[in-house]
Design a protein around this ligand. Structure first.
Ligand SMILES: Cc1cc2nc3c(=O)[nH]c(=O)nc-3n(C[C@H](O)[C@H](O)[C@H](O)COP(=O)(O)O)c2cc1C
Length: 201
């Protein structure tokens, strides 16, 4: 089973980092190893909207996204973790998502969607925002819409979302009554179909 995770926060040991680590603890009980991409440390240029992928189904930009494209192609489970920045996902997360326009072209223009493996393809979205919202949280809604579009483009058939508001100070997520256990459980659930003692193939 191939599991990949994207950490879209530039703050090391921040809230997204901590939440993702807990989810991965749940994942690793079954899935063995996971590849985590710390997006802020990679060389990722934004989409140029050049149209090259409409013609070829491949991205013309040569940077760290080539490896990510290949890993997405073979992934059984994909985790996206992001802080809310200005009511959406972080720029680091959004650059990675936009660079998946080549998958969009592959699926909708070239009619060749990436095919899930024997475990299907599922996703998990982790979000943390600093603002306190009672009821509607526009930051979560906008982020959900972007990541849902990404997941559907790369043929993630279903995903769960775990989101926490009112978490601002670095590390504050640790004091939340349920966040860490919720993330851990969501990670476990993500790989629940893998047989006990799990395969990493
Ligand atoms: C540039 C920037 C923009 C932000 N915009 C929002 C926002 O629109 N809504 C919100 O709830 N929190 C916002 N925040 C707060 C972060 O989401 C919050 O501090 C979060 O816990 C950061 O997670 P991290 O520690 O993983 O980086 C913003 C923070 C930064 C640095």
């Amino acid at each position: 089973m191939n599991v990949i995770a994207f950490n879209g926060s530039p703050r090391r040991e921040g809230n997204t980092d901590i939440l993702l680590a807990e989810a991965l603890r749940g994942v690793k009980e079954r899935a063995g190893s996971v590849t985590v991409y710390q997006l802020s440390t990679l060389n990722l240029k934004p989409c140029l909207s050049c149209g090259h992928c409409d013609d070829t189904a491949r991205c013309i930009i040569k940077d760290d996204m080539q490896e990510i494209h290949e890993r997405i192609r073979s992934a059984d489970r994909i985790i996206v973790a992001s802080p809310i920045f200005f009511f959406g996902v972080s720029a680091q997360t959004k650059i990675m998502i936009d660079r998946c326009q080549s998958f969009w072209a592959e699926k909708y223009v070239h009619k060749k969607p990436v095919t899930p493996g024997p475990f299907g393809r599922k996703g998990l979205l982790l979000l943390v925002g600093g603002m306190k919202r009672n009821g509607k949280n526009v930051g979560f809604e906008c982020s959900e819409a972007s990541v849902r579009a990404f997941f559907r483009t790369v043929n993630v058939q279903e995903h769960a979302t775990v989101a926490f508001d009112n978490i601002d100070e670095k590390g504050a997520i640790i004091r939340h009554p349920t966040a860490l256990s919720d993330a851990y459980k969501a990670g476990k659930l993500l790989v629940a179909e893998i047989p006990e003692g799990g395969s990493n193939k």
